[in-house]
Design a binder for this molecule. Structure first.
Ligand code: NI
Length: 170
């Protein structure tokens, strides 16, 4: 495994629509491992392919149970993720992004989502996420479509003005 450099704005790869993964071979396996390592080292709770300069539909997410700190964070690696269903209920929350250093913003997101995707070996699966986890998936899938949280934020602040406990970075 190796750390990859995190790409920041205004790099145009962040604005490109990422390509679907069709080859589940060694290059993808290395990319996924490197993305997990890079996310953990940042540290962040999620990372999308374009954030390491690779315009492919790959995301990694690692997030614990928001109710119970005893539960270890769960790692998700999703290839070709799609948001299949969304709750009507929306929630506001503060987001930051490893690709937009120093900023945070308040973004309205669906409270829960159903995500369909493939495992790193190409097996299809679905998962349901709510709360912060649902927010992270929405933020990551946006990255694959060239959308950044600042496009959706109703308000943007300097990160240093926010309580770090209240921000998720991905
Ligand atoms: Ni991000």
């Amino acid at each position: 495994m190796a750390l990859r450099e995190i790409v920041t704005i205004p790099n145009e790869v962040l604005r490109r629509k990422a390509r679907p993964v069709t080859d589940f071979g060694d290059d993808l396996q290395i990319l996924v491992d490197d993305m997990v390592e890079t996310m953990r080292q940042a540290p962040g709770v999620g990372l999308a392919g374009p954030q390491v300069g690779i315009s492919l539909r790959v995301i990694v997410v690692e997030f614990g149970d928001e109710e119970d700190e005893e539960v270890p964070p769960k790692l998700y690696m999703v290839i070709n993720p799609e948001i299949l269903r969304t709750s009507r209920e929306m929630v506001m929350g503060v987001e930051g992004c490893l690709s937009i250093p120093g900023l945070a913003g308040e973004v309205d997101r669906h409270e829960s989502v159903t995500v369909r995707g493939q495992s790193r070996r190409g097996q299809p699966f679905k998962l349901k996420a709510s709360g912060w986890l649902a927010r992270i998936f929405q933020h990551e899938v946006d990255h694959l479509d060239g959308v950044l949280f600042t496009d959706r934020a109703e308000q943007v602040w300097k990160l240093e003005d926010i309580d770090p406990e209240e921000v998720v970075l991905d």
